[in-house]
Design a protein around this ligand. Structure first.
Ligand code: HEC
Length: 291
């Protein structure tokens, strides 16, 4: 018991210590940028933790939010980013009917073929097609974007996540924190700002202390207040847009999150009951044996 208390006290002390350490690190931004460049440690600023509806053991996607996120993706991001592992028909998960999905898919053109003459042709997309790339190939995408091809969005919410460090990652096991991807995307989209004095960024790139691979990136700020019209009364702000599109990208990367969480919870209940039964069995089998 004493050991347990000592370990708890130790963990609490470390948590306090890391709090102090991060407070001390928060000098002015210019210093942080220089420090990050010296040690090669990015992002310069950690993402803010958003209170997502899909967090925790009973987390569920907010369908209204996913529909808004889809709108942002189609009207803004799809001009540069493909999503080539996600098929149109999965949009039914967001609450759309088969007819609506058909009409949505028909807005896109995809390449098909070859036809009887051996030639490739383009046709209107159908629900079984995937979100196509706006560029014919990787090189064309890079050439149009200052040398950096916009990454595919199918798994981006799972492919990004900022290291949490000790002791946060210990607590994450208990709070079931798995929202590093959407937290990062939201932070990146809202994180653009003027570089601090004395800091020069590479030509054609934009300063963003939340970017995971450097102090600036080739993507110009894609969103700003009032840019996309919402018809459900949600605030038309950069912060809301960024949260909605990040939630949508999480759904794209993990459409079966709700099933996984439900199954996980049932497995935990099963294991608890099973453990109790095993314990009782052990007691009854050995009850009349001498130690
Ligand atoms: C004009 C083209 C363009 C548009 C529009 C655009 N992006 Fe990008 N995006 C890029 C490019 C180019 C990169 C690669 C940047 C780099 O690596 O320097 C990128 C990279 C990203 C990344 C990855 C950053 C990383 O950690 O590597 C995310 C996330 C992202 N964009 C989100 C979005 C979202 C969300 C939207 C829509 C709201 C959007 N982008 C719209 C061009 C665009």
């Amino acid at each position: 018991m004493k050991k347990l208390f000592t370990s708890i006290a130790l963990i609490a002390a470390m948590a306090g210590f890391s709090g102090l350490a991060s407070a001390a690190e928060e000098g002015d931004l210019a210093h942080q940028v220089e420090h990050a460049a010296k040690v090669g440690h990015y992002p310069i600023l950690k993402p803010e933790q958003i209170d997502w509806s899909f967090a925790g053991p009973f987390g569920k996607y907010d369908k209204g939010q996913l529909q808004r996120g889809l709108k942002i993706y189609t009207e803004v991001c799809a001009a540069c980013h493909s999503m080539n592992l996600v098929s149109f028909r999965t949009l039914e998960d967001l609450g759309y009917s088969e007819e609506q999905v058909k009409a949505f898919a028909a807005n896109y053109e995809v390449q098909d073929g070859p036809n009887a003459d051996g030639e490739m042709f383009t046709r209107k997309a159908v629900p079984s097609d995937h979100f196509p790339s706006p560029f014919p190939n990787h090189e064309a995408a890079a050439a149009a974007n200052n040398g950096a091809a916009p990454p595919d969005f199918s798994l981006i919410a799972k492919a990004r996540g900022v290291t949490r460090g000790f002791p946060t990652f210990v607590f994450d096991i208990f709070t079931q924190y798995q929202q590093g991807g959407p937290d990062y995307i939201h932070a990146l989209l809202t994180g653009y700002q003027e570089p601090p004095e004395g800091i020069v960024v590479a030509e054609g790139t934009h300063f963003n202390p939340h970017f995971i691979a450097g102090q600036s990136l080739a993507m110009a700020p894609p969103l700003s207040d009032g840019q996309v019209t919402y018809d459900d009364g949600a605030p038309q702000t950069l912060d809301q847009y960024s949260q909605d599109v990040a939630a949508f990208l999480m759904w794209a990367a993990e459409p079966h999150l709700e099933d996984r969480k439900r199954m996980g919870f049932m497995v935990m209940i099963f294991l608890a009951i099973f453990t109790a039964l095993i314990y009782l069995t052990k007691k009854s089998v050995y009850s009349n044996k001498e130690h």
